[in-house]
Ligand binder design. Structure first.
Ligand SMILES: Cc1cc2nc3c(=O)[nH]c(=O)nc-3n(C[C@H](O)[C@H](O)[C@H](O)COP(=O)(O)OP(=O)(O)OC[C@H]3O[C@@H](n4cnc5c(N)ncnc54)[C@H](O)[C@@H]3O)c2cc1C
Length: 407
């Protein structure tokens, strides 16, 4: 029986494990370095494109054990004043959702395991095993080797397997530096009630941050560090952070932020976010998926969604190749390599499109963040300019919400 080994239990790996295991063809195994896929920071934004992928995996609707809720809208604040607000859902399709990603991954993994996938949790892959010029398995940190007809690297933005396979990544010039906070306590709960389910972006003099009520309770706040023309120096104490956020926030939000106690501000967690795209996702015996193939910017919540869509498409192409159970080893290898090449060809257009859209949004935010005259102008004209900008923003969100039609 042909054997597929998936490395990494993020959304790409857990999604692919489920996509392949539920077909019942071939032997599917997954290796994950963490003892459980819960510990790390993970984003919560789920676009209609991700909902579509979950539906294709027969994993949507989700059980109550996976905390999730509809987003009620997007709100953009400029120098303490509303610029525009858009309610969800807009355009065709369902509303964006927020989801507790660790619970989602646990759910996908237990469904995959129930369908026959073998899990190796708490095992890090440290090497690729090769037979002639083909990847034929992996080496684990404890020295054991696992054989496979195809290794699928879903090991995230700093992919060890991508490096070991020598598959190049075209990186964007500067990594993004994001400082991530979790806010809790009575003031945070009051802010969450006031947000009423909206995702809020605040842009002020040299500062830009985003805020939403987490599905785990409390708030999550992401603050962008650095950027062209401005180099905001991050504060070092909770009191200085509160003041910094409040200085560019609308008055009500600002005064509530000032009421946060020191112990209510957890973080920052510093994330250096490398962004890029591998032009080729496959080598004989190996396929890259998710952030390993295309580390995405956190802007407009794409990474989880694109990783799930990679998994769906890879399942569609790899499934039939795995079904050639009685074929010779060479024929199986050829079928899997052809399928891996087809997955790359099917996925690259969508990834190129959403990365282009993310760049456009990032450039606009950067322009606003760095140009005081533009902020002052838009702030003064907000009651008239806001609705015009909102209409244009809505038009431009289509690919970021829905992606391109899935293969
Ligand atoms: C600040 C920030 C906010 C974000 N917010 C959102 C959001 O709201 N919505 C959204 O869609 N996306 C968001 N993203 C992006 C999203 O989290 C990622 O794009 C997504 O998790 C990628 O999924 P993946 O499965 O490819 O990789 P990952 O989720 O990174 O998973 C990789 C897995 O591989 C494992 N692994 C790594 N190396 C090895 C090894 N050698 N051996 C075994 N296992 C290994 C890791 O432990 C990990 O579990 C955000 C990203 C950042 C940085």
């Amino acid at each position: 029986m042909a054997r597929v080994l998936i490395v990494g239990a993020g959304p790409a790996g857990a999604g692919l494990a489920l996509a392949l295991a539920r077909r019942g063809q071939g032997q599917v195994e997954l290796v994950e370095a963490s003892p459980e896929a819960l510990g790390r920071f993970r984003g919560e934004g789920l676009m209609p494109s991700g909902l579509e992928a979950l539906a294709r995996l027969e994993a949507w609707p989700l059980p109550a054990a996976v905390p999730h809720r509809r987003l009620s809208g997007w709100s953009f604040q400029l120098e303490g004043r509303p610029l525009f607000q858009v309610d969800e859902p807009f355009g065709a399709g369902p509303a964006c959702h927020l989801i507790d990603q660790p619970s989602l991954l646990q759910h996908l993994l237990s469904k995959a395991e129930g369908a026959g996938c073998r899990l190796h949790l708490g095992q890090a892959v440290v090497g690729l095993v090769r037979e002639r010029d083909r990847v034929s398995g992996v080496e684990l940190a404890d020295g054991r080797r696992l054989e496979a007809d195809l290794v699928v690297a879903c090991d995230g933005r700093s992919s060890t397997l991508r490096r070991l396979a020598g598959l190049p990544l075209e990186e964007e010039a500067e990594p993004l530096r994001v400082l991530w906070f979790r806010l809790s306590g009575p003031a945070a709960e009051a802010i969450a009630a006031n947000l009423a389910g909206r995702f809020v972006t605040v842009i002020g003099s040299g500062d830009s941050w985003a805020l939403f009520a987490s599905t785990r309770g409390g708030l999550q706040l992401g603050w962008l560090e650095g950027g062209a023309g401005v180099a905001p120096v991050p504060p070092t104490t909770p009191a200085a952070w509160r003041e910094r956020w409040a200085a560019v926030a609308p008055p009500v939000l600002g005064s509530r932020l000032r009421q946060l106690a020191d112990g209510d501000v957890e973080g920052p967690l510093r994330l250096t976010v490398k962004v890029g795209l591998a032009p080729c996702w496959h080598a004989p015996g190996l396929l890259l998926l998710g952030d390993a193939a295309h580390p995405l910017s956190p802007l407009r919540a794409q990474g989880l969604n694109m990783a799930l869509r990679d998994a769906v498409v890879a399942g569609e192409y790899l499934g039939p190749a795995l079904a050639t159970a009685d074929a010779s080893a060479n024929a199986t290898a050829a079928a899997l390599d052809a399928a891996a090449a087809a997955v790359t060809a099917a996925r690259l257009p969508e990834l190129r499109a959403v990365q282009a859209d993310q760049r456009r949004e990032a450039q606009r935010a950067e322009l606003l963040r760095s140009q005081g005259w533009l902020r002052a102008l838009l702030r003064a004209l907000a009651p008239w300019a806001g609705p015009v900008i909102a209409r244009r923003w809505v038009r431009e969100q289509d690919r970021l919400r829905h992606g391109l039609p899935l293969a």
